[in-house]
Design a protein around this ligand. Structure first.
Ligand SMILES: C[S@@+](CC[C@H](N)C(=O)[O-])C[C@H]1O[C@@H](n2cnc3c(N)ncnc32)[C@H](O)[C@@H]1O
Length: 248
């Protein structure tokens, strides 16, 4: 945080500990510390967050990218997709998943959608900042964009409504629209899955980030929607965090 307040790399602070702190930096840093103590996440203060080795701009309009979401990227990069695959990121927020995939696989044609225009503005800024081309659309789930897709990735809101009020103070700084998954947390996942067979190529697939304890319920919803579970991927805490689905 001190490095960000000063506009220098953390390593510079360590290499030159004798450098005197300019007054305006001390003032900014002091203000940030007070807000941090009051529970505001550090990434909201600095306005940036690292994801898959790149720095993303964030704002209160988007979910702060989480380390576990890198599992979605990792899983996608392992798939044997064509060089010019059509990829759709549903609920893109800061654009962290879509832009990372576009940057890592320049041949892939990546599109991303979100219902929030404020979130899309941040995704657009990140696209310019990182020089990664992603077509951005505003819409409800995948209804605004034309199929078929080789791969759909999504980290949709999956927190059950009654859990929202009990979330840690820091998480409550994320937009409710990025967290609220309805009564059992799976309202949006259910809607997307019911449309996946129409959206995907017959040999395509979908990668979803899900909440702790939701994997079996998502597998059941998938089965009713004519989809098969190809893989479940655990996070470092041993939780089934990512699920890979294919048309049956
Ligand atoms: C959990 S956040 C994920 C953001 C980003 N993909 C990430 O992994 O950090 C979910 C995102 O879905 C968006 N969203 C919620 N409901 C939506 C809907 N019906 N259609 C499209 N996007 C939606 C929210 O605005 C939010 O940006």
């Amino acid at each position: 945080m001190l490095g960000a307040a000063w506009g220098v790399e953390e390593v510079t602070l360590r290499l030159y500990p004798e450098r005197e702190l300019p007054v305006e930096v001390e003032r900014r840093y002091g203000g940030w510390l007070e807000r941090r103590v009051a529970g505001e996440p550090a990434h909201h203060l600095t306005g940036t967050c690292p994801f898959w080795g790149r720095e993303f701009e964030i704002s209160p309009a988007v979910l702060v990218p989480r380390p576990e979401t890198e599992l979605v990227v990792e899983t996608a990069l392992e798939l044997p997709l064509p060089n010019n695959a059509r990829i759709l990121d549903v609920g893109t927020g800061s654009g962290c998943i879509a832009l990372t995939l576009a940057a890592e696989r320049p041949g892939w044609r990546v599109s991303a959608v979100d219902r929030s225009s404020a979130a899309l503005e941040i995704a657009r800024r990140n696209s310019n900042r990182l020089g990664a081309a992603v077509a951005l659309y505003r819409g409800d789930l995948a209804t605004a964009v034309a199929p078929p897709w080789d791969l759909i990735v999504a980290n949709l809101p999956y927190v059950p409504k009654d859990v929202l009020a009990r979330l840690p103070l820091e998480v409550r700084h994320d937009p409710v629209a990025a967290l609220d998954g309805g009564s059992d947390g799976l309202d949006l996942v259910r809607s997307l899955l019911s449309d996946l067979r129409r959206l995907l190529r017959p040999c395509g697939g979908a990668i979803l980030e899900i909440g702790e304890g939701q994997a079996d319920a998502v597998a059941e919803i998938a089965s009713m929607a004519g989809l098969a579970v190809a893989r479940r991927v655990r996070d470092v805490g041993g939780v089934d965090r990512v699920i890979v689905l294919q048309p049956r």
